[in-house]
Ligand binder design. Sequence first.
Ligand SMILES: [Zn+2]
Ligand SMILES: [Zn+2]
Length: 242
Amino acid sequence: MWQKIQTVIEAIYPPRCLGCGDLVTSDFGLCGTCWRDTPFIGGTVCESCGVPLIGATDGHRIECDDCMAHPRPWTDGRSALLYSGRARRIILALKHGDRPELARPAGLWMARAAKPILCDRMLIAPVPLHWTRLARRRYNQSALLAQSVGRETGLPVCPDLLVRSVATPMLEGMTAAQRDELLTGAIGAHPRRRHRMTGQNVLLVDDVMTSGATFAACAQACLDAGANQVFVLALARVLRDT
Ligand SMILES: [Zn+2]
Ligand SMILES: [Zn+2]
């Protein structure tokens, strides 16, 4: 019966490529061309942010230059894509293009990238949006990604674990010191949710990691609220020189 319904749905809404809109044979996917053009991260990566690194590991923990220069308050982190080319277009469509359905395949890619850092007693939480921005954008793309990662991993999700009490401007183009100053005190644990992270590990989810300042403010808020360890997961990581 379900199979029949699926077939009918697919006949009415044939699956389309998320990158270009061409028809594809599998649902929630990319066509061959877009798949090749989407910079998925694989191989040896930075343990803190997930950027690809050249060479193989010798069993020791490795980090990229950026993470070594800015020690992170979180334990480990991963990213599914590099923020360039087709990945950038997918993220802009999810963020500003009113395409919330992109969160589903993105969550699948993120869950795959996060596999090495998933652990027991882990609670997934999105990076929060200030309510004024939420009202303008209608949805928090990070919350959609968190739900999707939760579905793929089977881990619990708390969409309002953290709250942003101050509407911070876009951080792009600011120095690290300016970002830190703006974010200090802007993000905190939801007073009625903080008990959920006591002694738990938190996996923070965001669409893009640039400097890591937002993740750092969120991770600090979790640790202050009694979280055991904090991990971060971004759909895409911006490389500094791109
Ligand atoms: Zn395509
Ligand atoms: Zn790194």
